[in-house]
Design a protein around this ligand. Structure first.
Ligand code: HEC
Length: 161
């Protein structure tokens, strides 16, 4: 099975993030719940893998934008699928790395990662069905998700968000 970096970590540990996320959000209620600079909390190797994944996602997003405006549905589908699938060779992350990752990030961060995962899958489907209006909407949602996660979890890196 192909997954994002974080989804892979969950799958391997057999955890389900969502019950915990819901509980935390209700309890803490808050915009402030779990906000932090995730990158700084990670071991250098894992941080490197996250950054590598982000650069891959950025490249794919740029190609998707170009493809949407040109009606190149096949490229939309391919690149959205590439975001959905892992850019990281799973073998690069040991089980220890995955545990370090899960220990460092709050549940709400994992929830945002999961949302990206789902949106990219929907966008790939919109590409396959050659639906430009839907591609546009889902692409916009995806970019919102990038900004939101960076604002909440990478504010040191992106202080103007
Ligand atoms: C679940 C949270 C999350 C989502 C969603 C997310 N990012 Fe990120 N991204 C991060 C974090 C955290 C960093 C900072 C990593 C660091 O500095 O250690 C980052 C860093 C980056 C960087 C800088 C990488 C570098 O060269 O150092 C780029 C580019 C990037 N993200 C692109 C994107 C794009 C494009 C999207 C949406 C399609 C996206 N990200 C969605 C969490 C996220």
């Amino acid at each position: 099975m192909r997954t994002t970096l974080l989804a892979a970590a969950f799958a391997q540990l057999g955890l389900s993030p969502f019950a915990a996320v819901a509980a935390e959000e209700t309890a803490a209620g808050a915009e402030e719940a779990g906000k932090m600079n995730v990158g700084e909390q990670l071991p250098p190797k894992v941080r490197g893998l996250l950054i590598e994944e982000m650069q891959g996602i950025l490249g794919a997003s740029q190609e998707i934008q170009a493809a949407i405006v040109q009606g190149d549905h096949e490229t939309v589908a391919q690149q959205a699928q590439a975001i959905h699938d892992s850019f990281i060779m799973k073998q690069e992350m040991t089980q220890e790395d995955e545990q370090a990752l899960l220990a460092a990030v709050p549940d709400a961060f994992l929830k945002q990662d999961k949302a990206l995962h789902q949106l990219s899958e929907a966008l790939a489907e919109a590409g396959r069905s050659q639906n430009t209006a839907l591609q546009r909407r889902q692409f916009n949602e995806m970019i919102k998700g990038c900004v939101r996660c960076h604002r909440d979890y990478a504010s040191a890196r992106f202080p103007k968000l």
